[in-house]
Design a protein around this ligand. Structure first.
Ligand code: PEP
Ligand code: MN
Length: 271
């Protein structure tokens, strides 16, 4: 692929993104939490539960890029303060989305990882701005994007001086309607052939169906993903966004009991 001066890297090069003592690209990292931060109680309860089940980081949007302008847009600063409280209590680092270049510098004061969502993957002004931040960036794949377009977006961030980019496969639009998106798991080994950057999988947005999140999480482990990001809500029915795809804390705990042994088994397989 042309022009991937930094994203392609040298043969054998592998980027490890460090957040505290977590090493993304070396260990399998699980990020879990609600789609959106709604209340202190909802976020803290969910954070405690995902921590107890073995999650490494907490996710939660304070800025929600919604299809309709009348849907819940997130709590903004108030949401970030709730996330900060959850981090203080649980020790879990925070992954949260930023949608506006003007917000990057102050949101960075709260976030351990800045998420760029699928709708903003090609927002070049935003990419350049997070490229100048000292926070790692979780770059989700655009729902209509090829691997080449996606990697060029990673290149935008890298070329501004931020080496800590984590890619996230979250499903693409196809003609299939049964699932919310089509989770392209072939992206995982493909990305590993094309770049040194770590890649995680989002089986929540990738399927949009509770029943498929478990199987696709296990498939992501088997495909060689460096981690996964999963939506969990303390009371999914009451969620203000993505209610149909949030796992209960109990479902998440059950899933973690299967993910960890599978990862351990995969590590023992011959090359
Ligand atoms: C999210 O993570 O809640 C989200 C909005 O994801 P995506 O950008 O992949 O739709
Ligand atoms: Mn969501």
């Amino acid at each position: 692929m042309k022009n991937l001066k930094l994203a392609a890297g040298e043969i054998g090069q592998k980027t490890v993104v460090r957040v505290g003592n977590i090493e993304i690209g070396r260990q399998f990292v699980v990020i879990a939490g609600p789609c959106g931060v709604e209340t202190e109680e909802q976020t803290l309860e969910t954070a405690r539960a995902v921590k107890a089940a073995g999650a490494d980081m907490l996710r939660g949007g304070a800025f929600k890029p919604r299809t309709s302008p009348y849907s819940f847009q997130g709590l903004g600063l108030r949401g970030l303060k709730i996330l900060e409280k959850a981090r203080e209590e649980t020790g879990l680092p925070i992954v949260t989305e930023v949608i506006d270049p003007r917000d990057v510098s102050w949101v960075s004061e709260f976030a351990d990882i800045l998420q760029i969502g699928t709708r903003n993957m090609q927002n070049y002004t935003l990419l350049k701005e997070v490229g100048r931040s000292d926070r790692p960036v979780l770059l989700k794949r655009g729902m209509y994007s090829t691997l080449e377009e996606w990697l060029n977006c990673a290149e935008y961030i890298l070329s501004e001086g931020n080496p800590n980019v984590i890619l996230c496969e979250r499903g693409i639009r196809t003609f299939e309607k049964y699932t919310r998106n089509t989770l392209d798991l072939s992206a995982v080994p493909s990305i590993k052939e094309l770049t040194h950057l770590p890649i995680i999988v989002d089986p929540t947005h990738g399927t949009g169906r509770i029943s498929l999140i478990g199987p696709m999480s296990l498939a992501a482990v088997a495909a060689g993903a460096d981690g996964m990001i999963i939506e969990v809500h303390n009371n999914p029915k009451a969620a203000l966004s993505d209610a149909d795809q949030a796992l209960t804390p109990q479902m998440f705990a059950e899933l973690m009991k299967r993910v960890k042994p599978l990862k351990a088994f995969m590590e023992k397989l011959p090359e």
